[in-house]
Design a protein around this ligand. Structure first.
Ligand SMILES: [Zn+2]
Length: 384
């Protein structure tokens, strides 16, 4: 059913677009904002004036101004980093991280806990609540937009619930979003960790300048965050981009999802190490670097290329960023995958695609939860 948007939403959406452009473009003038966002100079002046008055932006007279800025040269605007913050929760297979992060991607404080012994929904929830109670006094409450939870597993974004996880203490139907929203009386959003990682890469990583890319996380699972035209592709309930459960081998290994031959069964860290009898991921990286076990390395390069070709043909992206443990793979591995992909994508006569490692490494886990909140800010959810 089509939906209409009222003027208040449009104002918040334009405000969000200005903030996102300033974040990804660093300090820029009102003239350039007007040019990049295709908004009239009057609209930009109104939005910028309002954000300057609220202390969310400031005039940065020391920032360099691009020589080709259209129109009259002006003063660059910058984001006042301490003014907009978010609480980020990141639940990965091995760690829980709870952090307070500003819009510029600085972590004010982060609690990190390695999962230890029996983990339950209750034990995770109470640890998260305790940590958030420690973080909130670090900033004025009106500066903290909300809480974002990034979690492994299948996440229903509408119900703010982790529906199911694989090999993670049997955790399912975890309504963490509702619980935190009630406990702290602030907006809370929940998303699958790879989607959050796609946002983090877009706001703070190597994909700042890209409009269409896929973050492909290779870790103890395989998943993706798809950014299309600068926005996260979520699907109605948040189930879009589950590339780890697309089929690589029709009659292949049985998967917990009920299918056979899923990409995750061949390309996750555990799948690669177990299948080829390697002691750990480092040993596989070592094989790639030193051209040992060439049959093993070539098999993984070929299978990963096949998955990426399917991704590129589906999403028409300009780059695929390989993240999580996959980012540790050496240049030779990326060169080989780049060649195979660009020789076999459908549109190879008119485009090429870059396969590049994520630059964020461990920091991605500190930022993921907050990125979900900032995504809502840029989409016009918050009225500042
Ligand atoms: Zn599967």
């Amino acid at each position: 059913m089509p939906t209409a948007k009222n003027l208040t939403y449009l104002r918040a959406r334009n405000q969000g677009a200005v903030l996102q452009t300033l974040l990804q473009g660093n300090s820029i003038t009102k003239q350039e904002l007007s040019h990049r966002l295709n908004l009239t100079p009057m609209s930009i002046s109104y939005i910028a004036g309002d954000l300057l008055e609220k202390g969310i932006l400031f005039e940065n007279r020391s920032a360099p101004i691009k020589k080709d800025t259209p129109g009259r040269r002006g003063v660059a605007l910058s984001i006042a980093k301490e003014r907009l913050l978010a609480v980020g929760v990141s639940v990965s297979r091995r760690h829980l991280r709870v952090s307070l992060v500003d819009l510029c991607g600085n972590t004010l404080k982060c609690f990190s806990h390695q999962h230890d012994g029996e983990v339950t929904k209750d034990s995770l929830t109470s640890q998260i609540i305790n940590d958030i109670k420690e973080l909130l006094p670090l900033a004025p409450k009106e500066h903290i937009l909300g809480i974002g939870v990034s979690c492994i597993g299948l996440v229903d974004i509408q119900k703010k619930t982790v529906i199911s996880t694989t090999d993670f203490y049997g955790i399912n139907n975890w309504d963490i979003g509702e619980v935190l929203q009630k406990e702290f009386d602030m907006p809370c959003f929940v998303a699958e960790d790879m989607k959050a990682a796609g946002l983090t890469e877009h706001y703070y990583g190597t994909a700042k300048e890209l409009r269409d890319f896929v973050y492909l996380g290779i870790t103890y699972g395989v998943g993706a965050g798809v950014i299309a035209d600068g926005k996260l592709l979520e699907g109605n309930r948040g189930f879009c981009g589950e590339v780890g459960h697309t089929t690589l081998h029709h009659d292949g290994i049985e998967c917990v999802c009920g299918n056979r031959g899923c990409a995750e069964k061949y390309l996750s860290v555990s799948a690669i190490t177990e299948r080829f009898g390697l002691s750990d991921w480092q040993q596989f990286v070592h094989c790639c670097k030193n051209k040992h076990e060439s049959r093993v390395v070539e098999t993984v390069e070929r299978e990963l290329s096949t998955l990426i070709i399917n991704i590129v043909n589906n999403y028409d992206c300009e780059a695929v960023i390989i993240g999580h443990e996959g980012a540790l793979l050496p240049k030779t591995f990326f060169d080989s995958v780049n060649n195979q992909v660009n020789n076999r994508i459908l549109a190879r006569s008119v485009k090429s695609v870059s396969i590049i490692p994520s630059s964020l490494s461990e920091k991605i886990h500190q930022l993921n939860g907050a990125s979900i909140v900032f995504f809502q800010l840029f989409a016009g959810f918050f009225k500042l």
